[in-house]
Write a protein that binds this ligand. Sequence first.
Ligand code: ISL
Length: 571
Amino acid sequence: MKRWPGIWLVALIACTTPTPERDTPTTEKWWKEAIVYQIYPRSFKDSDGDGVGDLKGIISRLDYLKSLGVDVVWINPIYQSPNFDNGYDISDYRTIQPEFGTMDDFDQLLRGLHQRGIKLVMDLVVNHSSHEHAWFRQSRASRTNPYRKYYHWWPAEKGKPNPRFSFFDVAGDAWQYDSASDAYYLHYFADQQPDLNWENPQVRKEIHDIMRFWADKGIDGFRLDAFQYAAKDTAFPVLPAGYEKNIAQHYGMKPALHVYLQEMNNEIFSAYDVMTVAEGAGSSFADAHALVDEDRKELNIAYHFDAIDIGKDKGRYDLVEFKRVFSRWDSAFARDGWLAVYLANHDNARMVSRFGNDSDAFRTVSSKMLTAFLMTMRGTPFYYFGDELGMTNIRFDHIEDYRDIETRNKYLKAKQEGADLDQFMETQKRIARDNGRTPFPWDSTAQGGFTTGTPWLAVNRNYRQINAAAQESDPQSELNFFRAAVTLRKQNRALVYGSYAQLAPKHPSIYAYTRTYQNDRWVVVLNFSDQLVRWQSPVDLAHARVQLNNYDQHEIGSYRPYQAVVYQLRP
Ligand code: ISL
């Protein structure tokens, strides 16, 4: 275990006014009790030496997944795709991408997971398809093609449509002119990702059939990618000034969204015991509730961006704001609805680089502290693969090292606009999505044991220190801490269903909260700083049992850098 340095800071902060506790939701569901582990399949394990992770690779590591104790695996898209956006541009929703394997491999993976008591959630990318999907090939062929209305077209003789911003387009323009039919089509993401027209009932029926296909195979859930954008104002009016501050409201979240989701629920979700999670939760608590409250009969879990976006632009975050965001969401969902709790995914930097401290001195301990946080909050933890090892950002120096369409296109855009490219590259070291997509380091052999070939994206140079094999045998490793935290959550309903209340909302370094379920009460104390902090809990901890601690010592009222202590009060 790493030693903390000799800098002692006595921070006696009087702000210990607890926030009130809220009721716990009454309905108990398997997906509320589950811990979800997200696998980025390109980077998990390559079985055939082509440098790309694949299904056989995952199959070869099923026992590792079992050993983690997680309940659900969410796998990023594995369908056929020309891969402009790493599978988020699907050209056939019923075929497995050949570089990932075959449908037989998929069936074997699903069986292997189920045999080990692990469920599988698939990523459903249906706000848009690939431009290579047969629907789009037809749609663009002529204005009279039966598939024309599967997408959003604007005839050129009406002039240029009102501007819409594209997240990934080099020019930032979501309208792409297509000479074949002298019209523009809409793509909120890259021009290889045309938006589907959900107003067309035929499109909705096609998607239901696709969902039924996968549900009949026995999968256990769907993550709905970027679905808040599916219902748009298709008159495409001029947007009001300042619309960028509320993209979700102006680009999607129109009332028809709920019609589409209720239809989907009626057709699919109610017929299968599947869990459903909405990527993006609108722009208000009301929006998020409208997506997931039980009586709405739409989705199960809201996956909002407020927490993951904290300080993204500034390069640092303020713990008081971090606590406020998590607490406000918790309290807004204390009675109805349910949330995902996460600190990383394939669209973000590594958790420890972003919210912890990835220096040699503090990487291990701060990554464990963040794990303790995720495993003791209310909401379903969505834990990103590799964070159990404390993987860090790769921080590429050259644009050529990046594979992500977002980073590469933003670089071209910045270049065209004459922006400061050094500054751009520095920012990407902090936030680029490829930071979180590098291959999983299994051991200290070449390429971290991920592949025998050339990896599609560089393996982080620190794989000799940070790898699963080394951590497996070390009882103090991040990996074994993760397993202990998972077990603790699984064994204690208070950590799942217990009400939540902050103990020191204004403290700049300590995040402390209680979780209470019937007469079982817990106190979680997390030091988010690299200094020793003295802080007295308003709840008496003298007789509490320490159930989780990322240091081997512990002293009530004195918390070492990035220390996490989880106490259970004795009744
Ligand atoms: O990644 C983002 C910013 O860096 C987000 O704006 C992201 O594009 C948005 O959350 C939607 O993400 C999802 O759909 C995208 C895909 O690239 C992402 O990987 C996916 O999570 C388009 O399908």
